[in-house]
Design a protein around this ligand. Structure first.
Ligand code: NAP
Ligand code: ZN
Length: 338
């Protein structure tokens, strides 16, 4: 079978379609024919040699977390059957630590993520497969497991509720668009930023209440303050956006950070932070039951995931190039069997 593998690290030119042995379903596993697998910046970090998970000695490497497809083989003791339409929760947990026992599972001491979805078929832990209602398409389902799940968990951590104002710096990518849409589901208002006027037009059409076209944090802080104090900031950029998010958050408000696209190190002015009693909270992924909820929101027509573009397996390299060049809007999805 064919897979889109990273054969060298550096950039999109390192993505190639190669042959791999067919996967087999071990105990408790299922082989899934991959109809869709979305791209995350996490995959791009790996490709750019910015992740400790992969190095030159572990190539070729097949990335891809967000698998949706059809079960083609169920191993012994598998919890799914041949023909089931499914989406994978990429969480991998030990099942034994205090966080696995007591929850939330995404705090597991050995928390890891599944990789390997840019392939025609995959063998996965069947207990991590969620059945898809007929009304949920594979491409839509493949957008959910990382971007939408992470955004949902962050909004819950910030206790966002109807009427709140939420600041979303970098609101036009996977996590950003997901945050804006999920705020709409909750009834919260959003102020989102981007360097692209065209992407912001699309974001406003999706329901973003206030848009700020800028990449300059001072300018962004001024414009967001003009809208009003924000209750929560959903920050996947970090770098200098951490101080910016603190500057616009109301007294006692919460900032949740899940990423570092604008820089792994953030400096912030401590007195302003503690005197106004703000909170900065870290967050990673979410739980499988939360992903099940997101599937239901799509099935009920309350959430329509945004797919910026789809690609065949041989075009996976183009998907990475589009993410790298900041041309993408919403989620980019590879369809390996098209
Ligand atoms: N911890 C977790 O569980 C978790 C889960 C998911 C994602 N993440 C992290 O969250 C971040 C976003 O992931 P994603 O998949 O949503 O990425 P993405 O789709 O590539 O995000 C694109 C967005 O980021 C903005 N952006 C790109 N480069 C930027 C830069 N140098 N400075 C400022 N803004 C920039 C873009 O702004 P323009 O519109 O101006 O181009 C766009 O709004 C990544 O850091 C990722 O690793 C973490
Ligand atoms: Zn555990």
């Amino acid at each position: 079978m064919r897979v889109a593998a990273f054969t060298e690290l550096g950039g999109p030119e390192g993505v190639e379609t190669i042959e791999r042995d067919e996967p087999e379903a071990g105990d408790g596993e299922a082989v899934v024919e991959v109809r869709a697998c979305s791209v995350n910046r996490h995959d791009l970090w790996i490709l750019e040699n910015e992740s400790p998970l992969v190095n030159e000695s572990t190539l070729p490497f097949v990335s891809g977390l967000d698998v949706a497809g059809v079960v083609r083989e169920a191993g012994d003791a598998a919890s799914v059957s041949e023909g089931d339409r499914v989406v994978l929760c990429p969480n991998q947990t030990c099942g034994e630590c205090e966080f696995c026992r007591e929850g939330p599972e995404n705090l597991c001491r050995s928390f890891m993520l599944y990789h390997g979805g840019f392939a025609e078929r995959v063998a996965v832990d069947s207990s991590r497969l969620i059945e898809l209602p007929e009304s949920v398409g594979f491409v839509d389902a493949a957008t959910l497991p990382t971007a939408y799940l992470t955004a949902w968990h962050m909004l819950r951590k910030a206790d966002v509720s109807a009427g709140d104002l939420v600041f979303v710096p970098g609101a036009t990518g996977g996590v950003g668009v997901a945050t804006v849409q999920l705020c709409d589901v909750i009834g919260a208002r959003t102020v989102g930023t981007s360097t692209s006027a065209e992407k912001l037009e699309r974001l406003a059409a999706l329901g973003c209440d206030h848009t700020v076209e800028s990449g300059n944090v001072d300018e962004i802080v001024g414009e967001v303050r003009a809208v009003g104090p924000v209750d929560a900031a959903i920050n996947h950029l970090a770098g200098e956006f951490t101080q910016a998010a603190l500057d616009v958050t109301k007294r006692g408000g919460t900032q949740v950070i899940c990423g570092r696209t604008a820089g792994a190190t953030s400096k912030f002015f401590a007195p302003n932070f503690f005197l106004s009693q703000k909170e900065i909270v870290g967050s990673t992924m979410g739980t499988q039951p939360e992903l099940e909820k997101l599937v239901r929101l799509v099935a009920d027509g309350r959430l329509e995931p945004v797919v910026g573009a789809t690609y065949g397996l041989d075009e996976t390299r183009d998907a990475f190039a589009d993410m790298d060049s900041r041309d993408a809007f919403g989620k980019l999805v590879v369809e390996p069997n098209n």
